[in-house]
Write a protein that binds this ligand. Sequence first.
Ligand SMILES: CC(C)(COP(=O)(O)OP(=O)(O)OC[C@H]1O[C@@H](n2cnc3c(N)ncnc32)[C@H](O)[C@@H]1OP(=O)(O)O)[C@@H](O)C(=O)NCCC(=O)NCCS
Length: 147
Amino acid sequence: MAQTEPVKLRVLTMKDLDAVTEIDYGLLGTKRRGYWEARLESLETSGVPSLIAEVDRKVIGFILGRASGWEYGIPENVAWIDTLGVIKEYQKRGIARILFKEMFNMFKKVGVDTIYVFVNWKDWDLLQFFDKMGFKRGDMINLELKI
Ligand SMILES: CC(C)(COP(=O)(O)OP(=O)(O)OC[C@H]1O[C@@H](n2cnc3c(N)ncnc32)[C@H](O)[C@@H]1OP(=O)(O)O)[C@@H](O)C(=O)NCCC(=O)NCCS
């Protein structure tokens, strides 16, 4: 599908619940409205706004992130990208890059100097994307206990 209009970014709100649920469904194949409702409800305490990308008023992508300084005991200079997604028809057109750059700039403004992201090592799209954005393997290691 051709991108006819320029991409517009705006703040993600609870009104975007259906759009975000649909994008996630299109990407991962599971409808998780309850999950996204809970995630979007916690956005107010995330330190920076999460973002929506629109073309022709159609929601085509989103990014959820949070900066520290809002949680007890966490140093104030770190932030997390929780998730991002771009609908398949609009991928590989620089949309995720635009979303990430805007969030990166907001993080910088609030004093963040390190951004963390957790990616499944089998998730090739996301690994490739974050590699292109300049991310390297960090010092944190993932521990898990199966019960
Ligand atoms: C990863 C993802 C966000 C990338 O979105 P996108 O809009 O296609 O990315 P961009 O076009 O902005 O790409 C930016 C850079 O990353 C690279 N890149 C992105 N996806 C890539 C891929 N699958 N393979 C190789 N490189 C990739 C691009 O080539 C580009 O680099 P360049 O400018 O040097 O060419 C998208 O593929 C996606 O949504 N995947 C599913 C994510 C997911 O499962 N999210 C959880 C559920 S919502």
